[in-house]
Design a protein around this ligand. Structure first.
Ligand code: NA7
Length: 541
């Protein structure tokens, strides 16, 4: 039934960000309502149910830290948690904190308009809800707008098609079937080995090869779990100060200052240990091309060693971007999968996909007949979910229009002209370059303190000044261009979406540094923000 209600806050999304936000706002005594498009909590982990889906941050670190009893009582079964286990964890948290009663599922927010006279957000949903709230929190996720490529004939395919980011809940049985997988990003790299073990045949269509590090996933080591749990608070505190919000060994030496022998030994050690910590092997891998080349060549040689057919190995070995400048992948037997007799690789860079036909995929080299197509083609990252909602701030200004040349935010938390509209892990914050849960907790905590600050002073609104926003955008660009990241055509740069402006979307200054900046800004009375009462809000209209 449609409702007409007013709340203190509307939260859009019931992933890890929305769940924690709801919890914190309730603790402030606020009435918050969550709208969630899915039928249950979990966000990314609700939608991405493809075979092999797994987190590439270690499970002991990919969990909430705000509640010690919660982190002590929960046990992860593996070093890297699988999607079903993370989804169970999200459900457990929702039950434990009794969150579901304030979440309306199967409901998409369609618009959010700011009423400057009343300093209220008017929010509408696809279920006919029309509600108002002082605060509107976009907990919509960075990688939640799944994207299908514009390939001619895409909808003419006669068989079933799937997107990794919107996988059927009942699962898919590929037994005896010929499957095409389009894309070789993190999702494909996790899914391909699992699908290949089941399907009759898999053809992988690769446009850009990616660097992937073996996960060395294993059942949880009891001693390791105990090490974390025996001093969780201290370990978490260290993680929060790290560049990525993940506690792992960072070498502060340059790759170029050590001998070839020491360099190779360091790479070997990290390769054997597995996971994204590989990129911490030396301090300058993301800032110095020559240093980066040594790591990239190490991984290329590993690929050459794992893949039996030298031609296939060369196609799989990335050469067009520095390692780490596209999201580094973590896998279980990805490269080895190409040694299987039932797996074929098509180099789409050499022979582009021309069309999808009723029978399969046609490239410049010919048609490959398949029964199923898996699109592992990614997301409209960081801005896609926000752009899908009609968001209008002061004077009817449209957020998507304001961001036509790229997102503009202050701290990745707010955008000028949109009072009381908050983004959790928005563009301009470390977000996807970090352990998402660490960044989510930091934003939610900061935001909760900010709202408490306003309430304690009888203030109604907060919004960034134009100068503060311009300064933050300039700073974000400046820091990004000190690294090798902008040189890759990645989704970090918006390069995977035709027509999307090429702007480096997340903030690369590091989680620890960023947290200090946010805290200093709050301590200085929310420097760079304009705080106001209702009258000021109306006067500024
Ligand atoms: P990604 O990393 O964006 O990967 C998408 C893949 O799909 C990538 O290999 C693309 O190649 C490929 N792609 C996209 N469009 C096409 C067309 N038209 N033809 C051929 N290939 C195409 O998405 P994922 O879901 O794997 O991972 C997203 C993030 O989720 C991941 O980084 C983790 O943070 C979790 P391209 O590189 O653009 O040439």
């Amino acid at each position: 039934m449609p409702t007409t209600q007013s709340y203190d806050a509307i939260i859009v999304g019931a992933g890890f960000a929305g769940l924690y936000m709801l919890h914190r706002l309730r603790r402030l005594g606020m009435r918050a309502q969550v709208y969630e498009a899915g039928s249950d909590v979990g966000g990314t982990w609700y939608w991405n149910r493809y075979p092999g889906a797994r987190c590439d941050v270690e499970s002991m670190q990919y969990s909430y830290s705000f509640d010690d009893a919660l982190q002590q009582e929960w046990s992860w079964s593996e070093r890297f948690a699988s999607q079903p286990e993370i989804l169970r964890y999200a459900g457990h948290v929702a039950d434990r904190l009794d969150l579901r009663r304030d979440i309306q599922f199967d409901t998409r927010v369609t618009s959010a308009h700011f009423d400057a006279k009343r300093a209220l957000w008017q929010v509408a949903t696809d279920r006919g809800d029309r509600v108002t709230a002082r605060f509107c929190v976009m907990a919509t996720g960075c990688l939640s707008a799944a994207r299908l490529p514009e390939i001619p004939g895409r909808d003419s395919f006669a068989g079933p098609t799937y997107h990794t980011g919107a996988w059927p809940h009942e699962g898919v049985d590929f037994t005896g079937r010929r499957v095409a997988v389009i894309g070789t990003g993190s999702s494909a790299i996790q899914a391909i080995p699992v699908i290949a073990r089941q399907a009759a045949h898999v053809t992988v269509f690769q446009r850009t090869p990616n660097f992937s590090i073996p996960s060395r996933n294993a059942p949880m080591d009891a001693e390791y779990e105990n090490w974390w749990k025996s001093d969780y608070a201290a370990h978490r505190a260290k993680a929060r100060a790290m560049r990525t919000g993940i506690l792992y060994g960072l070498n502060d030496k340059s790759a170029l200052e050590v001998s070839e022998e020491e360099r190779q030994a360091e790479y070997e050690r990290r390769w054997a240990n597995g996971g994204t910590a590989f990129m911490g092997a030396f301090s300058d891998l993301i800032t110095n091309r020559q240093a980066n080349d040594t790591a990239a060549e190490f991984v290329r040689n590993k690929i050459r060693g794992m893949v039996r057919d030298p031609k296939v190995a060369e196609i799989l070995a990335p050469k067009s971007h520095p390692i780490g400048t596209k999201r580094i992948c973590v896998d279980t037997e990805y490269y080895e999968t190409f040694n299987r007799p039932n797996v074929a690789l098509v180099d789409v860079a050499a022979t582009p996909i021309e069309a999808i036909t009723p029978a399969g995929v046609r490239t410049a080299a010919g048609e490959v007949a398949v029964d199923d197509i898996v699109f592992a083609t990614g997301f409209d990252a960081m801005t896609g979910a926000l752009a899908a909602i009609e968001i209008r701030g002061r004077d009817g200004i449209d957020l998507a229009a304001k961001w036509a040349e790229g997102p503009r935010t202050y701290l990745g938390l707010m955008s000028a002209g949109f009072p009381n509209l908050f983004m959790i892990t928005g563009p301009g914050s470390p977000s996807v370059l970090s352990n998402m849960i660490v960044s989510i907790e930091q934003h939610v905590d900061w935001l909760t303190d900010c709202i408490a600050h306003l309430r304690a002073r009888g203030l109604d609104t907060i919004e960034p000044t134009q100068e503060a926003e311009d300064g933050w955008v300039a700073h974000g660009n400046e820091v990004a261009h000190r690294t090798l990241y902008p040189s890759a055509a990645s989704w970090y740069m918006g390069a995977n979406i035709p027509g999307k402006p090429r702007v480096f979307l997340p903030y690369i200054g590091g989680v620890g540094v960023y947290r200090e900046k946010c805290d200093a800004i709050a301590a200085a009375g929310y420097e760079g923000f304009r705080l106001g009462g209702q009258n000021q809000a109306a006067a500024a209209e």
